[in-house]
Write a protein that binds this ligand. Structure first.
Ligand code: XMP
Length: 520
């Protein structure tokens, strides 16, 4: 079931890696859209959906493939503007009487420049800021003859039909991908397209919230739902949204594994139980986790122990909730794309990431994942819409295994206490200097070495620690943050003076790759 209170745009998906980015550009323009795989778009579907405009996505196929994906021919007869992108352009030309050729020698992958032949049409208004505009191409086949009724409005060296349109029918077709970052002015094209299709931009994060709530109610009915709450942005936003949808049918389970940061458990429990009145199980399992981790120093062993215990504990508390049929998770769109391998082949495990994977099948639970279509910044916007405080929404990511992977070597309660204190001073410094929001993630790692120092007239023999701070867009790659020497000096002095147990501070200047963000 779809939202019917807004003008709707239909994106027919032919399998491009970047289809979701089209939706994202449209959402930035406050246009309601839905992505549907081409197989599901039948004549009946089109009639029921009643789109105000249609976009054909790109895709890996060739129109020459047997059973090549196609939209239903009726889409060309419903009288609404259509924009075809890359494969979408080719299939449009193919179906409307143009020609597509296989691209030996004319394939284009990467940056290209389109020159306008006529930029007065509505689609291109304000688009060509330069004599030629940078675009992102990624195609093997190309259109060699346009369909009757179409004219050319832009060319690139390898795509003589880079931009074409049939102005009578409001059909537009481009060979490049306007939705990607590497087509810097691509948003203008979408803006022009939705404007000429008559969209008023009435769809907002508030509307997304309403729609998501309706869908959650529809999916869950009167069943019980459990949600593993970590205190991170994603699971917090998911929990608040689901609670708004189904109230006390939701129970959150917050597992305190003894590896949290200073005051973290209090902050999370106060916020969700007291402020949001959510049923919340605070499972203090620190003895169990720290007991099992005793004497373990191998990073993968630590991760595996924590992952397994987490599932056991979660299952125990979930059973106590009784009869839950659904498990809620704050899965984001990037998690969804990354889990689909490009090659289909197995990839090397760098680190076993811990989550509650494995649970749904084991417990016969179905998943509720209301953030699956969103990017991190959109989740933050939704969090604001739901009234979560900024201090919570802007929090740096914190890994499931917590401080265990910031404590190379043996994990002891002593070391964890020292680490918590040092981390709190470091984050305080970053906040005081107004740098918190510029940094993707910052933390202290306590090192398994002790060094000699002198304080006052006394010899010290204490732990060394490393400060880490990185900038990143998605955590996949990262650069170290270029703090000033003054900042680093002041922070080191504060940590050594305020945290008993540390007498040496270093700054980690490794990027990812070759390093990773966490130390283990
Ligand atoms: P790495 O260390 O792999 O970290 O460069 C990339 C991002 O992922 C976080 N991280 C984790 N998050 N469970 C999580 O939920 C994990 O096991 C885990 N390991 C790393 C890390 O903090 C960074 O944001």
């Amino acid at each position: 079931m779809s939202d019917t209170s807004h003008d709707r745009l239909l994106i027919i998906d032919f399998g491009s890696q970047v289809t979701q980015l089209i939706a994202r550009r449209l959402r930035e323009l406050n246009v309601y859209c839905e992505i549907h795989p081409y197989q599901n778009v039948t004549d009946a579907f089109l009639a029921e959906f009643a789109p105000k405009a249609v976009i054909f996505s790109g895709g890996p196929a060739s129109v020459f493939d047997e059973g090549a994906p196609q939209p239903p021919a009726s889409v060309f007869g419903i009288g609404v503007p259509i924009l075809g992108i890359c494969y979408g352009q080719q299939v449009m030309m193919h179906m409307l009487g143009g020609k597509v050729e296989q691209g030996y020698g004319t394939a284009e992958f990467g940056r290209a420049y389109v020159t306008p032949s006529d930029d007065r049409i509505d689609l291109l208004k304000g688009w060509f800021l330069e004599a030629r505009e940078q675009v992102w191409m990624s195609h093997g086949d190309h259109v060699s003859q346009i369909a009757p009724g179409f004219e050319v409005y832009g060319t690139s060296p390898n795509a003589p039909f880079a931009i074409t349109a049939d102005l009578d029918r409001n059909f537009f077709a481009v060979q490049f991908h306007p939705e990607v970052h590497h087509t810097p002015n691509g948003k203008t094209l979408y803006e022009n397209f939705v404007k000429l299709a008559g969209f008023t931009g009435d769809w907002t994060m508030g509307a997304y919230r309403e729609e998501a709530i309706r869908k959650i109610r529809e999916q869950v009915g009167d069943a019980k739902v459990i949600c593993g709450l970590s205190g991170g942005v994603d699971s917090s936003v998911a929990a608040v949204l689901i609670h708004e949808a189904i109230g006390d049918q939701l129970t959150c389970v917050f597992v305190d594994h003894g590896l949290l940061r200073q005051n973290e458990a209090d902050e999370v429990v106060t916020m969700f139980r007291d402020h949001y009145n959510m049923p919340l199980v605070h499972a203090d399992e620190s003895d169990l986790f720290l007991g099992e981790l005793e004497g373990q120093s191998d990073p993968e062993t630590k991760r595996k122990i924590i992952g397994k215990l987490f599932i056991d504990v979660f299952q125990k508390h979930a059973n106590e909730v009784g009869g839950a049929k659904f498990l809620a998770q704050g899965t984001l769109y990037p998690d969804v794309i990354e889990s689909v391998s490009f090659s289909g082949g197995p990839s090397v495990t760098i680190k076993s990431h811990h989550n509650v994977g494995g649970l749904p099948e084991k417990m016969g639970l179905k998943l509720v994942e209301p953030l699956r279509e969103l990017f991190k910044d959109e989740v933050r916007a939704l969090g604001r819409e739901l009234g979560l405080p900024d201090s919570f929404i802007g929090r740096h990511p914190f890994p499931g295994p917590g401080l265990a992977i910031r404590c190379p070597g043996d994990i002891t309660r002593d070391k964890l206490d020292i680490l918590r204190k040092a981390d709190a001073v470091y984050i305080d410094q970053i906040r005081k200097h107004g740098l918190y929001d510029e940094i993707w993630q910052a933390f202290v790692a306590i090192l398994p070495v002790r060094t000699v120092g002198v304080m006052g007239d006394f010899r010290t023999y204490d732990y060394a620690c490393a400060l880490r701070a990185v900038t990143s867009v998605d955590g996949m790659t990262a650069d170290y943050y270029p703090f000033s020497h003054e900042f680093l000096g002041e922070t080191a002095t504060r940590i050594i003076n305020e945290v008993k147990g540390i007498n040496r501070v270093t700054y980690d200047i490794t990027s990812k790759p070759p390093g990773t963000i966490e130390w283990e």
